[in-house]
Design a protein around this ligand. Structure first.
Ligand code: KG4
Ligand code: ZN
Length: 337
């Protein structure tokens, strides 16, 4: 079975074809970072227009790379939500149109389910059940994954997501867009013990997060210190350490409370080097297995949608009954097939 996946929920246009026997045949990705850089954030209308422009070009490129024709496919999977409604609609329209013209099923995929499942595409050893730390620009959550479609959110952020905290703090410090990876790069050169920022909510029981106060702590410090380059690096390193320590503490707590032995990291912040090394150390110390997707599959991509679509097709999911885009869509509302 062979599925084309289409991702357009935010500012990446991603397409991929996944085969049940051969795995990922190819994926193509266009990031709109340069388009939005002048505005310091994603401009939804520009995002939609760019997706519309790139989708047919990327589909052609993908088919050329794989040597496939559309009639080789068994289904078209697409991100139906959550995300920016206009951006989602471009992918929904493309997927539904191509599927209709070929008489194939068009399958709805939840964006976060794509992030949660893509580590399995790369790691054949990974099996459910597992605990997932989903850390992206829009979400920070600990999810108990029993099987496909059986997700229970154990904790989530009460305000800013971890990636959002990286992005907003970077912007405050005057770093170029997109801020998160830029801040992480600066942090590599700084002293992470230079500033003692408070790790939010680690002294309270529970698995929720809160990152907006940390951003304010850095802002206050930034204004007081009249920062020079060296101090900026130290501030970035201390901020990064605080976020990473907080995520590690909550992961340790969640692993202990849930009894899981496998930890999966998903979402854009999963690309953070300090988080990866920290969690790998924790895994070794506590005897868990930890799985990270490769950097390109941490951030948004088409492969995660094609893969989730393939698993859903094999599990018997039928074609979407409605043509719809869901800007808000709870992960826990998904039902097992
Ligand atoms: O999963 P993703 O591509 O998009 C969402 O669905 O949100 O994640 C993007 C987020 C951004 O907030 C970005 O700043 C963050 O991931 N990010 C990083 C790093 N690379 C990307 N944050 C910290 N360190 C990084 N190396
Ligand atoms: Zn995402």
């Amino acid at each position: 079975m062979r599925v084309l996946g289409i991702e357009t929920s935010c500012d990446e246009t991603g397409l991929a074809i996944v085969d049940d026997k051969q795995g990922l045949l190819a994926h193509v990705l266009h990031s709109q970072t340069d388009l939005h850089a002048a505005y310091g954030g994603v401009v939804p209308e520009l995002a939609s227009r760019d997706h519309l422009h790139k989708l047919p070009l990327l589909l052609e490129q993908l088919l050329n790379e794989t040597g496939q024709v559309l009639s080789d496919l068994d289904a078209i999977a697409y991100t139906a939500g959550p995300g920016l409604v206009g951006a989602l609609l471009t992918g929904v329209g493309m997927a539904q149109g191509v599927a209709w013209s070929l008489g194939l099923p068009a399958l709805e995929v939840h964006h976060l389910e794509g992030h949660l499942l893509v580590p399995m595409l790369e790691n054949p050893d990974l099996e459910w059940p597992f605990l997932a730390l989903l850390v992206s620009g829009g979400h920070t959550m600990l999810v108990d994954v029993q099987a496909m479609g059986e997700y229970r959110i154990l904790g989530s952020t009460l305000d800013d997501a971890a990636g959002e905290a990286f992005d907003k703090t970077a912007k405050m410090m005057g770093l170029p867009y997109p801020g998160g990876p830029e801040l992480a790069r600066l942090a590599e050169q700084g002293n992470e013990t230079a500033f003692a920022f408070t790790r939010p909510m680690v002294d309270r029981p529970g698995l929720d997060f809160s990152f907006s106060g940390l951003k304010t702590q850095v802002w206050t410090c930034f204004r007081q210190q009249v920062p020079e380059q060296a101090l900026m690096k130290d501030m970035a390193a201390s901020f990064q350490k605080t976020v990473v320590d907080t995520l590690r503490i909550k992961c340790r707590r969640a692993m202990q409370e849930s009894g899981h032995k496998r930890l999966v990291i998903a979402g854009g912040v999963g690309a953070n080097r300090k988080l990866r090394t920290g969690l790998s150390e924790d895994a070794e110390k506590h005897g868990w297995q930890v799985f990270f997707p490769s950097q390109v599959f941490c951030t948004d991509n088409g492969a995660m949608i094609a893969y989730a679509g393939l698993l859903r097709l094999m599990a018997g999911q039928s074609a979407a009954q409605e043509v719809r885009a869901l800007p808000r869509w709870s992960l826990e509302s998904i039902q097992p097939l």
